[in-house]
Design a protein around this ligand. Sequence first.
Ligand code: AMP
Length: 381
Amino acid sequence: MNGSRVLVLNSGSSSVKYQLLDMADGTRLASGLVERIGEGPVADHAAALKQVAEELARQDLGLDSPELAAVGHRVVHGGTRFTEPALITDEVVEEIEKLIPLAPLHNPANVTGIKVARELRPDLPQVAVFDTAFHSTMPESAARYAVDVDTADRFGVRRYGFHGTSHAYVSRATAALLDRDVSEVNTIVLHLGNGASASAVRGGVCVDTSMGLTPLEGLVMGTRSGDLDAAAIFHLSRVGGMSIDEIDTLLNKRSGLLGLCGDNDMREIGRRMGEGDAEAQLAFDIYIHRLRKYVGAYTAVLGRVDAIAFTAGVGENSAAVREAAMRGLTAFGVEVDAVRNALRGSGARLISTENSRVAVAVVPTDEELEIASQTFDLVSD
Ligand code: AMP
């Protein structure tokens, strides 16, 4: 292998995001997004990836460049089969396809992206990096639901966790910010984007996370309910007469902040709260209440917490969410500095006071860089 460039592809159901990174110095050479696949000029994923290839070629960064070392694909669900990044072979593609029932919205698009990229450059090493992999170290006590073991095992019903590349990257970046080795640091990572998840990371190893069998469990999100009594589903079916698909849509697309107040963007919710809007305020309060419960739970899981890291769209940008989530946690050794918290900045930064026993940090996530690094590490071996 000669080159040091990695193309990262994130193929979603209706879009393909791409970034080209040079791993020699970590620079981002190109990035972009092809949207509305299947709706107009971009007929399918093959057309979308050809468009990506053409855009890169226009910048003299084409897929045929000898500098390109590998393609790294984001794959949402690796089940129990994939606990590490995998060099893509026909067998690996088949295994990812077998996991489609666990991630019917995501894995098919990921597989299509892989197949098309392999057709475009059959000779180039390609790597699948799984959202679930970082969480595969969870002990059985955290990964298992208290459900009949035979049934659970037969259908793969257990907690897998998601956003793993982000939790992996942010827990390491937090240790780096503290100038300590990741193996010495216990961190609660709060990935708060449109999707949101928390994780408890002991010495760089994930021991619990809030998303489960699917990305529906856990925190209140933009449009997903997060934790819910499973019997609400029986109730909505038996009493509400709703079909399973309708309930799926309700809980994944019409719940969370959107379902509570009609907005899923934290900026808009903040603006409405400023005008005294009670509905927006209640949505915010429910969001914060759930978040604090997870911080408390993961403090108990870890025993000793060294750092709490906020990341993703809300975590990186909303001082109000960070302030409310950390308020009154002095008994936990957490003290946020109001001035530091309010300062806007681009890099990783501390927002706790000098005296805070637990370091509280804002750590911008970079899933593409993490996918590129894992891909490059694998193909450089
Ligand atoms: P992500 O999924 O990580 O891209 O996060 C997207 C979400 O971040 C949006 O839906 C907003 O709720 C939130 N967000 C982005 N910018 C801000 C901001 N300046 N203040 C508060 N929330 C923000």
